[in-house]
Design a binder for this molecule. Sequence first.
Ligand code: ADP
Length: 252
Amino acid sequence: MSNLTQNKLPDDIVQHIEHLERVRRDFIANVSHELRTPLTVIRGYLEALIEQNDGKNPSWDNIFKQMHQHSLRMEHIITDLLFLSRLETTEQEVVYQKKLPIANILTAICEDARQLSQQQHHISLTKDSDLYLDGIAEELKSLFYNLIGNAVKYTPKGGKIEVVWKREKDQACFKVIDNGIGIEKKDIPRITERFYRVDKARSRDSGGTGLGLAIVKHVLLRHQGELIIRSELGKGSEFCCLFSKEMVSVGK
Ligand code: ADP
């Protein structure tokens, strides 16, 4: 039986696809890297111009401030793109730290989220302090920041955000529940794609890069985790990350 009839691609085609994937990843990483330095220089000059103008010419002041904001946004996009390409390319060198104190990490991140929300949301944390995870702290922090930050961005003022860290049978579960704007059923399968936003203008206005959930998806891939999204338009959303028992430990 030929490879094709067995529903398997021939080896040379697989190799070609892998090569194209590598070219795509390298291209994104190189472009992001090359753009970073000129952008930093432009932002630096804009900061100097804002300081020099110092309200002397209000119309220029406004223009410089808008340019500065856009340069910051571009820098955020580049930082996220570089982080994402690191997640995609370093599979071989992954070193997991043992027993990360997730409850402590989440306490600090929820405090930051309260600052970000300017105390406009009620953010609660329910945690199991005896539950630990093996992993890469920087990547897991980024996952937590992205999901909690999204709950703040997409929940109107006065809304409720619950963060949960608990055991679920022999797995560990990190969950963020909000009563915000929610997501339509048809959009849910697509929101982890790079730059997919349900409402582009809203995402931009709230400082989103459109890469947060793509980062979450890749971090979970590297931590034997899965993402389960439940949401209802106008009612709210639940983002649940389940980590497999191999990564989890309980007690001191
Ligand atoms: P962004 O930077 O645009 O927030 P993300 O990748 O983090 O990018 O999210 C992709 C899209 O998923 C968002 O633009 C938004 O439309 C939707 N989304 C993510 N989290 C939530 C949430 N908690 N409530 C409603 N919509 C959300």
